[in-house]
Design a protein around this ligand. Structure first.
Ligand code: SF4
Length: 335
């Protein structure tokens, strides 16, 4: 079933593979598979799955938009609520649309001050327009799903949903099981170090980044109290708000323990801050993989991880890793 395949591809690879339809039957099957995939995701009703699926569809859209006809580009833009105007080879979109779609992208070249703006319209290339529409689709699917499902839908797609649930469970295990030992903040990947520093400095941190760091710290074995404490040096620290958010993510309120997003999702959210040379490896697909690798490396080079009481204190998110500390100090957060 192509609908199920779409979801599986999104979960496994972070991208739905586009099928080039060679007949009307295939074309219709491809069109129908989208609402079916949405129903399958809705039978599971899991935020991680929704995010992963939304990302997979958004990545496919971006790829298609780069090759698609002008007509399709404007139709899709319209469907996503983006009014377009052509300006030679580029496009003009309203600055509010630009700001909304790029609010999670921190790279300097995406800042509004670095854009050409004419009478409230921002000039963007086709590549950038595709990136913006990818973000809009991601936001749209994330906010729409899960849909309400009735018994008929559960009966039809329940088996596919169960298979997905099992797959998600094993993915969760991959990133939550195993004794990681005392938390070693010197082994944090650059994204997590940066997010922690931003929170502690009281900077405006996107919701996705707060989610990622909380789930990451929880996966390392920290309980909600310790996580809340690690955020508490922020000038704008609000204990009750933090408590609710953290307890929700670690499963104390929601009953669902969330795992930190994979690197591909972090990139899509625009929160893969300051990736370093370790991040360039093909095998680097998850911030927890980075952490485990760095810890092993630290141990084999004779460095001992800090005592748990020393971990995560104050603003020393760089720990003993001078290179990484330098990056954080320089504020290199752009991708
Ligand atoms: S590549 Fe992965 S581990 Fe490295 S900074 Fe980006 S999200 Fe973090």
């Amino acid at each position: 079933m192509r609908g199920k395949e779409r979801v599986l591809e999104a979960v496994e690879k972070g991208e739905v593979g586009g099928k080039a339809a060679t007949s009307d039957v295939e074309r219709i099957s491809e069109i129908l598979s989208y609402p079916i995939a949405r129903m399958i995701v809705s039978t599971v009703s899991d935020r991680y799955l929704v995010g992963r699926y939304a990302l997979g569809e958004a990545m496919l859209l971006e790829k298609r938009l780069l090759e698609d006809t002008e007509q399709n580009l404007s139709t899709i833009s319209e469907e996503l609520g983006v009014q377009l105007e052509r300006e030679d080879k580029d496009y003009l979109i309203h600055f509010t649309t630009f700001l909304t779609a790029t609010s999670t992208i921190r790279a300097k070249e995406w800042k509004l001050v670095n854009q050409e703006v004419f009478k409230g319209e921002v000039k963007v290339s086709r590549d950038r327009l595709a990136r913006i529409l990818r973000q809009m689709l991601f936001d749209k699917i994330s906010s729409e799903l899960p849909l309400e499902v009735n018994d008929d839908i559960l009966e039809t797609f329940g088996e596919a949903g169960k298979q997905l649930s099992r797959m998600l469970q094993s993915k969760r295990k991959e990133f939550t099981s195993g004794d990681m030992g005392p938390v070693d903040d010197a082994s944090f990947p650059p994204c997590m170090k940066t997010i922690l520093t931003m929170i502690r400095n009281g900077e405006n941190v996107p919701h996705t980044a707060r989610f990622a760091i909380t789930a990451f710290l929880h996966a390392l074995g920290m309980d909600s109290e310790a996580i809340i404490k690690s955020f508490s040096t922020a000038p704008d620290f609000d204990p009750s708000k933090s408590e609710y958010q953290v307890k929700h993510i670690v499963g104390e309120i929601s009953g669902t323990e969330y795992t930190p997003p994979e690197c591909s999702t972090m990139k899509s959210y625009g929160i893969c801050y300051s990736p370093d040379s370790v991040c360039e490896g093909d095998w680097m697909t998850h911030p927890l993989k980075y952490y485990r690798w760095k810890r092993r490396k630290g141990k084999s080079s004779g460095k001992r991880p800090p005592h748990p009481d020393k971990a995560l204190k104050g603003g020393d998110v760089g720990g003993k890793d001078k290179e990484d500390k330098k990056d954080v100090k320089k504020g290199k957060r752009d991708r």
